[in-house]
Design a protein around this ligand. Structure first.
Ligand SMILES: *Cc1c(COP(=O)(O)O)cnc(C)c1O
Length: 356
């Protein structure tokens, strides 16, 4: 349906690292994809070039006002040697929703996906094969006008870069400790919390740094208005198992519509577990923790899939969740989702798109 994309090949190819040397986002493949936008031509000139530095005007809008969006998804090498993308259409639809919020001209999800497919096909030798490893795909759009006024840019650049990433749980599937931030908030309804846009992440850094200093891996974010209801954890969606029901905050403005979140909900429903998308206050969580009704807490996101929480700190009280061990449901979810991703079990929900 779309024309094939012209390729300028890199003159020298990089050496591929071993699977056990991979971490997250440190190395990039030989090529990247670029496409431009201007008012006259719309999105135009998709092309694949060697991975390299880009030139920007010092007054480029992105550098001053953060008009940009991004995505993060993964390509896997399945146990039978195919290369697949996990639910890529969901990520591309979210990219267009983020564009809308940031006044960026919409990029057709199908065209964005076509660009990903062409680039991943070219770079398929970079998809690692060990369990837990993958090729992380980072599409993003930046505003490129050479202009200092605060207004939507009239020119943009879409790019895709690829990074082979290591197993998130190289040291084992271990629960993390998290702490509630009383001082800072990540997002408020009406803000940009439901868009994947760089400013949200810049705004979260100080709270994360403070949490790390206190020995916690992630920040548990409360809602920005009342500081009462749980929103997200770090850059992940959050789930609680209370009285054997799965509870997660509802979409609706301040949290990101995670693809992993959606997958977790679908599986829980398939397995017959009651799922409630509703507001959950930090007081309810602490009480359920003390009464024993709270049996599991975990984050969900593309990088980790599922990240169990073993310890939760709020206002001087520390809850140990499930004795600091991985819960049964978290374990089952992690195994099910990764088994689908690596083609160890049939893709009954149609989540994998074959690239080659
Ligand atoms: C990306 C992201 C998530 C998780 O979304 P996935 O689609 O599951 O990767 C959750 N919260 C925030 C703030 C994010 O940026």
């Amino acid at each position: 349906m779309y024309a094939s994309i012209p390729i300028t090949r890199a003159e020298t190819l990089k050496e591929h690292p071993r699977d056990d040397e991979l971490s997250f986002g440190e190395i990039f493949t030989d090529h990247m994809l670029l496409m431009d936008y201007n008012l006259a031509d719309g999105w135009n000139n998709p092309r694949i070039e060697p991975y390299q530095a880009i030139a920007l005007e010092p007054a480029a809008t992105i550098l001053h006002y953060a008009q940009a969006v991004f995505e993060g998804l993964k390509a896997f090498r399945t146990t039978d040697g195919r290369i697949t993308l996990f639910r890529p259409r969901e990520y591309m639809q979210r990219l267009t929703r983020s564009c809308e919020r940031l006044c960026i001209p919409l990029l057709e999800p199908d065209l964005a996906l076509h660009c990903i497919m062409e680039l991943v096909k070219l770079e398929s030798s970079w998809v690692p094969s060990s369990f837990g490893t993958s090729l992380y795909v980072r599409p993003f759009i930046i505003a490129t006008d050479n202009h200092l006024g605060v207004r939507p840019s009239e020119t943009y650049r879409f790019m895709i870069i690829l990074s082979p990433v290591g197993a998130y749980y190289a040291e084992g599937f271990n629960p993390v400790s998290i702490t509630v931030s009383d001082e800072f908030v990540r997002a408020v309804k009406g803000g940009t919390g439901d868009a994947k846009t760089p400013g949200n992440y810049a705004a979260s850094l100080l709270a994360s740094a403070q949490a790390k200093k206190e020995g916690y891996a992630q920040v548990l974010w409360l809602d920005g208005r009342e500081r009462k209801y749980v929103d997200e954890v770090g850059t992940m969606n959050i789930f609680f198992v209370i009285d054997s029901a799965l509870i997660t905050p509802p979409l609706g403005g301040a949290i990101l519509d995670g693809v992993t979140r959606k997958s977790v909900i679908q599986l829980a429903q398939e397995w017959g577990m009651p799922v409630k998308e509703r507001m959950v206050s930090i007081d309810e969580v602490m009480e359920a923790g003390q009464s024993g009704a709270l049996t599991e807490v975990f984050g969900s996101g593309t990088a980790a899939v599922v990240s169990p929480v073993g310890k939760l700190h709020y206002k001087g009280t520390v809850l140990a969740i499930n004795d600091g061990k991985v819960g049964e449901f978290s374990q089952r979810l992690f195994e099910e989702i990764t088994s689908i991703q690596y083609g160890k079990i049939p893709d009954r929900l149609g989540w994998n798109l074959e690239v080659c």
